[in-house]
Structure formats: C-alpha cells, structure tokens
Design a binder for this molecule. Structure first.
Ligand SMILES: C[S@@+](CC[C@H](N)C(=O)[O-])C[C@H]1O[C@@H](n2cnc3c(N)ncnc32)[C@H](O)[C@@H]1O
Length: 247
C-alpha cells in the first residue's frame, strides 16, 4: 500500500501514555465508534438469541469479569471487536479450538447469527458480548488478561469531521495494550488507505506496543476474508493488516 500523507492524528505523536481508567478513555466511550443499526433480524437469529444468550452471551456492564469463569477453562483468550455477522469469527474459532474467542458487537442480527453458527458447528470456545468494546476493555476486563485483540474492518469514518469516531485512537491503543499480556498482539485490518495510515501512526506512537513488521503485512492465511473486506476488494481497495505486539 502506498503511503498517503494524512491529516495528523490528534495526540498520536505527543502521546505520553493514556490513563486506562479515567478522563480520555471515559470520553472515548461517549464518542461512539458505531451508530445503532436497526438491521432486520431473521427468525433463526432471534431464536438463537432467545435460546443461547443466557448461556453464551452477556451485556457490557460495570463489573469485572474473570475470563476463566466465563469460558470454564484457562485457555488463552482473544477479543474480536466488531465481528459484524460473525461468519469469519466462527471459522477462526473452529480452526483453533485451543483459543477462546470473546466476540463483541452491538449488531443484534449479527449476535444471533454468530450464536446460530457456533451452535451449528458445535463450538464451545466463543462467547458473545453486546455493547461498546471500549467499555468492555475499560470496565470489565482486568489488566494483562488477553492473548490478542482483533479489529477487522472497523468502520472507517472517512469524513474528516467524523475522524474522532474512529475506534483506533491514542487512548484506545493505550487501553488495548494494557489488557494484553506481554507478547500479546493487537491485530487490525482495513481496506481504507487513509485509516491504515492513521492506524499505523497511532499504534506506532503507543509506547507499550511494537510493530511486528516495518509497516503493513499481507493478510495471514489463517484470517479468512470478511464480509466487509470482500466488499472493499470488489471496489478495488487494497487491504492492510497491522500486527503490533505488547512489549
Ligand atoms: C464495518 S463492520 C465490520 C464487520 C466485520 N468485522 C467484517 O469485516 O465484516 C464494523 C462492525 O464493528 C462494530 N463496532 C464498531 N464500533 C464498535 C465498538 N466500539 N464496540 C463494539 N462493536 C463495534 C459495528 O457494529 C460493526 O458491526
């Protein structure tokens, strides 16, 4: 992907380690990176939610959780933020049964769809969370509890006046890094060249993270092409993967 010179990312170069519990992160959760979507829910998705939510789903709330209790084992946990309809989330969980997947989105039909798929495939290593990932990270997850965080095709918010809505911000990078175990990875992918540049600048400026390569990576073979990624590819967009490791 050719570098594009973009408007500077507010705070990225001057960032000196955001707090993970107060001011900037609390502000982040009020400027949402999503808008409520009223997608039509199918009967199968509704039925999956009604039947499986109590066992495999929970809402974001102001309480700390123990991931060992949530999954019933101590296997490593990867958080996927914004799974959409969840097809690739289920595929990755099926391909790697020794990793637990905590999948969060606010999209109700997608939540139903992922629960339906998980049951159909007989998966026991997925839990679905409803709510804002910033609040989940900030309020529910203790420090150093995640082996990985995945943010695949996060809403690009292309208009300049909406850039503040982008999930990847300096405060998010600090918060995400604090929830990773040392050596854990933050893996982002996008098909928006400007957002890719923005992500690279923000993540490279976070002192607790180090890039695993010089710039971007091609899609790793284990990451299936997502629904939004395919839409971008159909429009001729280039895809960039960014994998940063917690120091
Ligand atoms: C553009 S879609 C991408 C979906 C999927 N990853 C894909 O590639 O097909 C982004 C998704 O992220 C979700 N999302 C955005 N910000 C979020 C947040 N702060 N917490 C939870 N979900 C979020 C949206 O609801 C939406 O479903």
């Amino acid at each position: 992907m050719s570098p594009i010179h973009t408007s500077p990312v507010p705070g990225a170069s001057t960032h000196a380690g955001a707090s993970t519990t107060d001011g900037p992160v609390r502000h982040m959760a009020t400027v949402r990176s999503f808008t409520p979507r009223r997608g039509r829910i199918t009967l199968a998705q509704r039925e999956a939610l009604d039947r499986l939510w109590e066992r495999w789903g929970f809402d974001v709330a102001a309480r700390t959780i123990d991931l060992g209790d949530v999954f019933g084992n101590e296997r490593p946990v990867v958080l996927e933020i914004g799974f959409g309809m969840g097809e690739t989330t289920a595929a990755m969980a099926a391909a790697d049964p020794d990793t637990n997947v905590l999948a969060i989105d606010v999209h109700t039909p997608g939540q139903g769809s992922l629960l339906y798929d998980a049951e159909l495939r007989g998966l026991t290593n997925i839990r679905v969370v409803n709510g804002d990932a910033v609040e989940l990270l900030r309020d529910m997850l203790p420090p150093a509890c995640l082996a990985g965080i995945r943010v695949f095709f996060s809403d690009p918010w292309p208009k300049t006046r909406h850039h503040k809505r982008r999930l990847i911000q300096p405060e998010f990078a600090a918060l995400a890094a604090s929830r990773l175990v040392p050596g854990g990875t933050l893996h982002c992918a996008t098909d928006w060249a400007h957002y890719a540049e923005w992500m690279l600048e923000v993540l490279a400026a976070e002192p607790a993270l180090v890039n695993t390569t010089d710039g971007y990576l091609p899609r790793p073979a284990w990451r299936p092409i997502t629904r939004f990624e395919q839409q971008g590819l159909d429009k001729g967009h280039e895809v960039a993967d960014l994998i940063f490791r917690r120091r």
